[in-house]
Write a protein that binds this ligand. Structure first.
Ligand SMILES: N[C@@H](CCC(=O)N[C@@H](CS)C(=O)NCC(=O)O)C(=O)O
Length: 203
């Protein structure tokens, strides 16, 4: 089994943190996506979305999409701790994972990609969409802060995949890529972010 990734980027790090939390190590293949190593014919023949991460199984089956990869690993190891173990936990984890991914992380990706033009060699960039997406990210932060005011972790009492998504949204997308100060005005995000930063898997 091989994990194709570009170690520094947020989607690859989501899988890496997930694996580390479960104590799993996989063989990795690094693809420099900024240099277009994910756009070769050979890679596109395996990867439906042409992005990293992608997991190639020993029988040649290829699984793209971060959460799909994490689900495969959870099923294979029969370890559902990060997806929620009771029906209620699983429902809430799924709900928050999707909210943080769609309203936070992916809005942030759209903002960064369209404003910076980092991938303008392979996609149309629309500045107005970047500006609007950045505003959506800024509007999402108070919602996240409110949830964390009454819950230690995003989906409730336990660490979950929603926290991994949220951590990369705040740490890489807000603070670094978009230079949005997601901490000063948000004490609950700050408490949660600092707590996760102490965990070995998140370092
Ligand atoms: N929905 C995908 C998104 C993956 C994604 O956006 N990967 C980026 C790096 S963070 C990538 O491969 N970018 C290169 C490109 O778009 O050509 C997932 O969750 O796996």
């Amino acid at each position: 089994m091989k994990l194709y990734e570009f170690a520094p980027n947020p989607s690859s790090r989501r899988v890496t943190i997930f694996l580390k939390e479960l104590g799993i190590e996989l063989e990795t293949v690094q693809l420099d996506v900024r240099a277009g190593e994910n756009l070769t014919e050979e890679y596109l023949a395996k990867s439906i979305n042409g992005k990293v991460p992608m997991l190639e199984l020993n029988d040649g089956t290829c699984i793209s999409e971060t959460v799909a990869i994490c689900r495969y690993i959870a099923q294979q190891k029969q370890n559902f701790s990060l997806f929620g173990e009771t029906p209620v936990e699983a429902g809430l984890v799924e709900m928050w994972q999707r909210i943080v991914e769609l309203d936070g992380l992916y809005a942030g990706f759209q903002a960064f990609r369209n404003l910076s033009g980092v991938y303008s060699d392979r996609e149309r960039c629309v500045k107005e969409w970047g500006v609007e997406s950045k505003r959506r990210v800024e509007e999402f932060l108070p919602k996240l802060d409110k949830q964390l005011a009454t819950h230690p972790f995003i989906a409730g009492k336990k660490l979950s995949i929603a926290d991994i998504t949220g951590f990369l949204f705040v740490g890489i997308i807000c603070l670094k890529a978009l230079e949005i100060d997601a901490l000063s005005d948000y004490p609950n995000i700050t408490r949660w972010f600092e707590m996760l930063s102490q965990r070995p898997a998140f370092q």
